[in-house]
Design a binder for this molecule. Sequence first.
Ligand SMILES: Cc1cc2nc3c(=O)[nH]c(=O)nc-3n(C[C@H](O)[C@H](O)[C@H](O)COP(=O)(O)OP(=O)(O)OC[C@H]3O[C@@H](n4cnc5c(N)ncnc54)[C@H](O)[C@@H]3O)c2cc1C
Length: 407
Amino acid sequence: MTPPAELPEHPDWLWRNPDPQPSYDVVIIGAGGHGLATAYYLARNHGMTDVAVLERSWLAGGNMARNTTIIRSNYLWDESAAIYEHALKLWEGLAEELDYDILLSQRGVLNLAHSLQEVRDSVRRVNANRLSGIDAEWLSPEEVRAICPIVNISEDVRYPVLGATYQPRGGIAKHDHVAWAYARAADRLGVDLVQHCEVTGFEVRAGRVVGVQTSRGPIAAGKVALCAAGHSSVLGRMVGLRLPVQSHPLQALVSELLEPVHPCVVMSNAVHVYVSQAHKGELVIGAGIDAFNSYAQRGSFHIIERQLAAAVDLFPIFANAHVLRTWGGIVDVTPDASPILGLTPLERLYINCGWGTGGFKATPASGWTYAHTIANDAPHELNRPFSLERFTTGALIDEHGAAAVAH
Ligand SMILES: Cc1cc2nc3c(=O)[nH]c(=O)nc-3n(C[C@H](O)[C@H](O)[C@H](O)COP(=O)(O)OP(=O)(O)OC[C@H]3O[C@@H](n4cnc5c(N)ncnc54)[C@H](O)[C@@H]3O)c2cc1C
């Protein structure tokens, strides 16, 4: 999708491939979904176009290319519900806004409950969601089967299905298209998307960040915005910022292409697997995180083995399907399973990380609120609660219940 530097311009290229300029008003580190969305909203909402997004590898080749594309907003706490629901509303108009088909499919998301405690927690979450104006329902096992006939609701399995939460507006979108759509729109507004440009250090003067060192030379910057997901703590360390973030591998896999058999998204915390069927026909099956820390973008075989055992338990029809491909990404997990989005102790340095296993669904709202924070040097109402300081004040937003299954 990106032209090699030596090729002339072509109408099919989605964005230019510029060399980095010596200075920008804003430098964003990381061209994943969040970095690209931030660049777009900086230009679109705040008129800031002297912006570069620096990517050490190729555009959107990190978690943005590796996620299982589930979108929903049914988180427990008001703060989370507000930001994820803002994202869902933006998703609903995004194809039109960016003039690009992102294949948004609001096919509904089921979160299964397999124990009495899970039932109580899930019903509480449904009630909280409704109070926040989010579409949420509690379903009996028979109602689950009516929506997804291939789920095994028999009582003769290790973890019988006791019910499920259901968000009809949840679903999936095509992650590559989302990245390309934001990239093209940002590029057209004048943003430089600079690939193969790794940030290796920061220029700091009197407590203020004034630029970055990169593999393609130094770049001066009025403001610098971290947006590096699994590599956030590596970048933080370069500038003396110790982040409460652990980086873990998270794996997923796909089956061969199948006829349509699975009409929605099904997730299960207890057996720890989640499944949807991609537009093309593959079953997209996600696992839990590998317990060790790593930056290697691959995980262990036993996690996949467990994931497939859980999938076959829930969906006996999958027993004869073949695995086509497995892969891993590196996700940035915080102690309260909520993101960090806001200011840092250093002037003109901003942080966006900690989305862990569930940041794809937040992409539009993350970009929207991060752009506001950067442009105004102050958080947007929606990201104010997600400050870095909450780990010292204790005002945590514990979303382990809603975010525990990796998605
Ligand atoms: C297997 C898997 C399944 C997932 N499933 C879901 C899901 O179903 N739903 C959901 O909501 N979320 C899901 N996620 C989580 C989601 O993918 C992430 O939370 C989200 O993509 C993170 O934001 P991003 O897109 O900006 O990250 P990334 O795409 O990882 O972007 C960060 C970028 O920073 C770049 N970078 C790092 N260091 C430097 C440096 N020094 N200099 C320059 N660039 C640098 C990286 O190369 C990378 O491109 C999943 C993740 C994985 C791995």
